[in-house]
Structure formats: structure tokens, C-alpha cells
Design a protein. Structure first.
Length: 472
């Protein structure tokens, strides 16, 4: 046995380093937004694009990166992703203006798309015993929670003591170390039969997401009836229709589609996609609005803002593995019902948010939101692959991951509209956020309803029918 095959725990640690980079990047960048806005004279829409340039590229390329790793080698693509993420981070730290920062965030997104899904494939290939694999995935989930918990503190401390550019410098030593360790210890692996790339489908879905997101972000300034907004919305609808037609034709021709639309005949899989968009749309919008609220309305420092968001991440770190065990023993319904309760209770508090709301009440909302997010995440992954044949489980999980990132991009786009309107009309920021909290309350109800329906015989039978389609 070669040396590379004798260090499974070291390989797990190397893969977790990539997760640390991606998860910390979420909360670190949000904490730094007010500082970036001040130094680079950014508008609110430009702040939205700092987040969405990253998440849109990540969402669009997740499935492509997965198929590339199967074809060209998982270790090779993983290293390329680490290098791209490091180069993007360095470029972000040196960005002379807001426009270049947004472009470099897109480069970070390209690298990130090659990390998490590929790292999970590496883990699955190394830990071949189901019990060991479950333990490894459990550690992976714990690292995700710990990274989110660490991000606000590290980000707040760096912004306050060094400056916002340091939040990108911190990625460099981790990425370089992971590249070297991957070359030394991670074995190369490929899929027996790699999926064929679908560049046209990739182009359609990326264009759709960009046009639709751009229309939402720009609408408060231009107005929904402005010619530019109408053109963007029409273009997004056209590209989405072209994507559906193209994917259907590829399947009929026997060529691997980017997304097999038959997956959506499975109710649990469809629910997983809805949950991914709803839950992570709420999460991204929640972070975006609350970071600005704490620093610009409550006048807290970046470090104190990080400390305030810490309860959310900590409770998520606690509830996520608990939800994983609950899903394994009782299915996704209990986790989804608790998640729906957490989301709705949290944002119900925030629908009454003002500049003088007692901080303990605000932190209570953060704890409840963290509970909702922690409980929903394992249930999304389980619902996506439930009933799927093993040959399609990886693709189904990738679609679930993509739905999370799409939700995050749309969440920031929608949440930022109230900030733009508040600034344009000089209205109270806290009061202006109320429509978004009510929208999130509706999303919490959607999570609760999905929990009620996901384990019904109707849903289970639909999953079985889809599984038979791919076995035939």
C-alpha cells in the first residue's frame, strides 16, 4: 500500500482546510462590508455585488467542477481550485477600486466551485467503509459550523486592527499549505465514467442567474418599468426557457445533461431545491442586513458586530450534527419542523425591529435563526439524495448545493433593495427592513410545510418512481 493511501485522517484534514476557507469567507466578508463601503466609496448595489459575484459564479460552476474532477482527476481539480481561490484572495486584497474587487470576487468563486464538492468526492473515495465515511462527513459538518463561528470574530478583529484587506490575506497561508499537503498525501482518483460537459447549458444557466440578479439589484434605482430592467427580466426568462429545452434535448439524444429535469419528479428532491433556495436566501439576506444594521444603525465596531453574530454560528454548530443524527434515525420531518419554527420565530421578532430594539432581544432572534439553519441543512442533503440510485446521488447532492448558492445570491439581491430604497428616500433603515423580514417569515412557513409533506407516502412514492427511471 502506498504512503498516500495510509493517511485517511490527514486527507480529511486537508479537505477540511478547503471548507474552512469557504465557510469563513461568508461571515468575514459580511462583517467587512461597511469598511469596504467607506474606503472604496461603494454604493449599496456594489456591496451586493461583492457577495453575489462570488455566489453566482460558485452556483453556476459547481456541477461543471464536479464533472471535471471526475474526468481529469479530483486531486488535480482540487489543487487548481485552491490556487484560483488563493490568487483571487490576493487580488481582492490589492483591489484599487470597487469594480476590480467585484471582478476578483468572481475569481474567488471559480476557485471555490472546485473545492467543496470535489473535497467531498475525495473523502468518499478515501473512506470506503460506510461507518468511517459517516464519521468523516460528521467531522466535515462540525468544521463547517466551527468555521462560521470563527469567521465573525476573526473578521471583526482583522477589520478593526489591520483593515478589511486582511480578511483576504488570511486565506493565503491556508491555501498554500493545502496545495502542498494535497500534492504530498492525497491520492489521485477519477470516476469510471465521467459525465460529459455541457458548456451551452452552463452558459444558459449562468446568463439567467446574472440577468435576473442584476435586475433585482438595479430595480430600486431604475424602477421595475425601466427599459433596462424589462430587458434584463425578459433576457433571464428567455435564457431559462432555452436552458430547459436544451437540457431536455440532451437527455433525449443520450448525451449527459447538466441537470436531468426528471429529478424534479421526485417530491423530496424538489423540496430539497426549494429548501436550499429558501433557507440560504434567508441566511444570506439575514447576514447582509444585520451586519449593516449593527454597524450603521447601532454604531457597533466590526469586532462587536462579529461577537453579536457569534451566537448564530455557535448554535448552528450545535444543532447541525444533532439534526444529522435526527435525520438518520427519524427522517427529515422533525428537523424541518424545528427549522421552520426557528426561522419563523426569529424573523417574527425582527418584523418589529427598530434602532432601539433591546440588544438581548436581537440576539435571541439570532439564536433562533441559527437553530433553524442548523436543523435545515442536513435535511436538505438527505432529501436531495433520498431514493436516488447510487449512480445519481452525487449529481443530486450537487444540485442541492447549487440551490443553496442560488438562494444566497438572490437573498442578498432582494435584501439589498430595501437598503437602496432606504438610502434613496432617507428613511429609517431598521423600519425599511420590515418587508424583508415578512418575506423571510413566508420562507419559514415554506420550510415548515415542506417538513409536513416530505415524508408522506405521496412524496416517498414519487422518489421511488424517479429511482426506477434511472435504473432502467
Amino acid at each position: 500500500m502506498s504512503q498516500k493511501q495510509t493517511h485517511p485522517n490527514l486527507i480529511l484534514a486537508i479537505c477540511c482546510m478547503s471548507l474552512l476557507l469557504i465557510a469563513m469567507d461568508v461571515t468575514i466578508v459580511n462583517v467587512a462590508l461597511p469598511s469596504i463601503q467607506q474606503e472604496l466609496h461603494a454604493t449599496v448595489p456594489q456591496l451586493q455585488w461583492i457577495i453575489d459575484a462570488y455566489t453566482l459564479v460558485l452556483a453556476s460552476l459547481l456541477m461543471l467542477s464536479g464533472s471535471m474532477s471526475d474526468r481529469f482527476g479530483r486531486r488535480r481539480i482540487f489543487q487548481i481550485g485552491l490556487a484560483a481561490f488563493a490568487i483571487g484572495s490576493l487580488a481582492c486584497s490589492l483591489a484599487p477600486n470597487i469594480h476590480s474587487l467585484i471582478i476578483f470576487r468572481g475569481l474567488q468563486g471559480i476557485g471555490a466551485s472546485m473545492l467543496n464538492p470535489v473535497a467531498l468526492s475525495i473523502i468518499a473515495n478515501v473512506f470506503t467503509v460506510p461507518k468511517d465515511r459517516a464519521r468523516a462527513v460528521g467531522i466535515w459538518g462540525a468544521v463547517a459550523g466551527a468555521s462560521l463561528a470563527l469567521g465573525p470574530i476573526v473578521g471583526g478583529a482583522l477589520v478593526q486592527t489591520v483593515g478589511w484587506r486582511a480578511i483576504f490575506w488570511i486565506n493565503l497561508p491556508f491555501a498554500v499549505a493545502a496545495i502542498i499537503l494535497t500534492a504530498l498525501f492525497v491520492p489521485e482518483s477519477k470516476a469510471p465514467r465521467a459525465r460529459r460537459p455541457d458548456p451551452l447549458g452552463q452558459l444558459f444557466i449562468f446568463g439567467f442567474l446574472c440577468a435576473f440578479t442584476y435586475a433585482i439589484i438595479d430595480s430600486p434605482i431604475s424602477g421595475w418599468t425601466a427599459p433596462r430592467i424589462l430587458i434584463l427580466l425578459s433576457t433571464s426568462v428567455l435564457l431559462f426557457v432555452l436552458f430547459l429545452v436544451h437540457e431536455h434535448r440532451r437527455r433525449l439524444s443520450g448525451t449527459d445533461p447538466l441537470l436531468d429535469l426528471r429529478f424534479f419528479r421526485s417530491v423530496p428532491f424538489s423540496f430539497a431545491s426549494i429548501l436550499g433556495v429558501s433557507a440560504f436566501g434567508c441566511f444570506a439576506g439575514f447576514l447582509f442586513l444585520n451586519t449593516l444594521y449593527l454597524q450603521q444603525v447601532r454604531h457597533l465596531s466590526a469586532l462587536h458586530t462579529g461577537l453579536c453574530t457569534l451566537p448564530l454560528a455557535v448554535i448552528m454548530m450545535i444543532t447541525s450534527p444533532l439534526s444529522g443524527r435526527l435525520v438518520g434515525s427519524r427522517g427529515p420531518r422533525p428537523s424541518l419542523l424545528l427549522a421552520g419554527f426557528g426561522f419563523t420565530a426569529s424573523v417574527a421578532i425582527l418584523t418589529q425591529l427598530t434602532s432601539t430594539t433591546p440588544l438581548p432581544l436581537v440576539l435571541t432572534a439570532y439564536v433562533l435563526f441559527g437553530m433553524g439553519l442548523g436543523m435545515v441543512n442536513p435535511a436538505i442533503s438527505n432529501s436531495a439524495v433520498e431514493g436516488m440510485p447510487l449512480s445519481q446521488a452525487g449529481v443530486a447532492a450537487a444540485v442541492a448545493s447549487t440551490s443553496r448558492q442560488v438562494g444566497a445570491a438572490l437573498g442578498v439581491a432582494v435584501a439589498g433593495t430595501v437598503v437602496s430604497l432606504s438610502h434613496a428616500h432617507h428613511t429609517d433603515f431598521a423600519i425599511a427592513t420590515h418587508p424583508i423580514w415578512w418575506l423571510m417569515l413566508l420562507a419559514g412557513i415554506v420550510v415548515f410545510v415542506c417538513g409536513l409533506l416530505v415524508s408522506t407516502p405521496w412524496a416517498q412514492n414519487s422518489a421511488e418512481r424517479v429511482a426506477h427511471l434511472f435504473e432502467s
